[in-house]
Structure formats: structure tokens, C-alpha cells
Design a protein around this ligand. Structure first.
Ligand SMILES: [Fe+2]
Length: 203
């Protein structure tokens, strides 16, 4: 009888999806707050084509919902790193930088990575109510140049891309090395996401 000694997901790019269970009222409060920022402040577009992104660190906003989300994202990020068997500093603190994205019809984000950070995430506040599954999805792209023949095997190891369509209230967590993009929103409803980067700091 064969006994497995280990199975190492070597050099993997784990994608975690978490339900934060903060409730619909929480997301409504967040939408109201983000919309007020959108009306009153500038647009710091980066990888987004069309759409709006707040300037500065979203998590510095002194708003109850924002601060609740900030704490939840840090907790999940630390749990994600533990699952990755990462070396966590015993008395480390986390620095988190977030931004709100508001993407309307036709808006999208070009492929990019998040260099210089330890772990990244996106919290979905609102998703377009479109029948087209591409609207509201995020696609992660492989950079290993997997030979075409092996693509028939599929699954997370033998694929070139993985597409997720998170529900409102869900948080996607991923490593900074994985390229990803957001297909154009085909619906009339906006896609509203809080994206963030986190670094562990030694005390
Ligand atoms: Fe991103």
C-alpha cells in the first residue's frame, strides 16, 4: 500500500475566496459612502480603463463600515498567509493600502500584478446584474508557459487562466505575483470593489 509522505503545491499561486458575512446593509452603507467620495473627490485611475478610483488610502477613511472592512481584510490576509505556510513575524504588524473601484458599463482593468506587496485582495461590494458571465468577473492568468498539449488536463495546475465571478460580500485573496485583469462590464449596473495590498511589518 502506497503512503503519501507529502504533496507540495510548489511555486503555486493560491486563490482564496472568503464570505465575510457582513450583510447587505453593510454593503449598502459602503456604497453610499463610496458614492459620496466619488461625487466629491478626484479620480486616481491606474489599471482601470474608464471608471473611477479614489485617491489615497481608502482604509484611512474614518467611516465605520470602512474600518470594519479594514479589520476583516487584515484578519483574512493573515489566515491566507498561514495557509500558504508563509513565515509570519511573531510580533508583526500589517500595513494595508486600499482603494475603491467603481466600474460602469464598458469599463475594465488591463492585466497587471501588484509588485512590492506581500498579499492582495478584492472585496466585492456590488456586482452588475448581467446575464453575461464576463461582467463582474476577474481572470487570473498563468505565466508558466505551459505546453499546449498539457492544457487538456485542465484543473488549477494545468490551466492557463482561472476566472472567478465573486458574489457581493465575498473577498478574493491572491499573491502579488499572479497577473489578473477585469473584463469589460457589459451591464448597466456598476461593479464596485475595494481592492487592497498588504505588507507585513516587523515591529
Ligand atoms: Fe489588481
Amino acid at each position: 500500500m502506497v503512503q503519501r509522505r507529502s504533496f507540495i503545491p510548489a511555486f503555486s499561486l493560491p486563490l482564496g475566496v472568503y464570505d465575510l458575512e457582513l450583510g447587505e446593509d453593510f454593503n449598502s452603507d459602503l456604497i453610499t459612502f463610496i458614492d459620496s467620495l466619488r461625487q466629491d473627490t478626484g479620480n486616481a485611475q491606474r489599471s482601470s480603463v474608464g471608471g473611477w478610483r479614489n485617491e489615497g488610502n481608502f482604509f484611512a477613511q474614518q467611516n465605520e463600515a470602512v474600518q470594519t472592512l479594514r479589520r476583516a481584510c487584515i484578519d483574512v490576509a493573515l489566515g491566507y498567509l498561514q495557509e500558504c505556510a508563509a513565515n509570519l513575524p511573531p510580533e508583526g504588524r500589517a500595513e494595508i493600502f486600499g482603494w475603491a473601484n467603481w466600474n460602469g458599463k464598458g469599463h475594465f482593468n488591463t492585466p497587471h500584478r501588484h509588485p512590492g506587496w506581500d498579499v492582495c485582495g478584492c472585496y466585492y461590494v456590488r456586482q452588475p446584474d448581467a446575464t453575461d458571465m464576463k461582467s463582474g468577473s476577474i481572470e487570473f492568468l498563468d505565466h508558466r508557459n505551459i505546453p499546449k498539449k498539457q492544457l487538456r488536463l485542465g484543473g488549477p495546475v494545468y490551466s492557463q487562466s482561472i476566472e472567478l465571478r465573486p458574489k457581493p460580500g465575498e473577498l478574493v485573496v491572491f499573491p502579488p505575483m499572479v497577473s489578473h485583469w477585469v473584463p469589460p462590464n457589459q451591464g448597466d449596473d456598476p461593479r464596485v470593489v475595494i481592492a487592497w495590498n498588504l505588507n507585513l511589518e516587523n515591529k
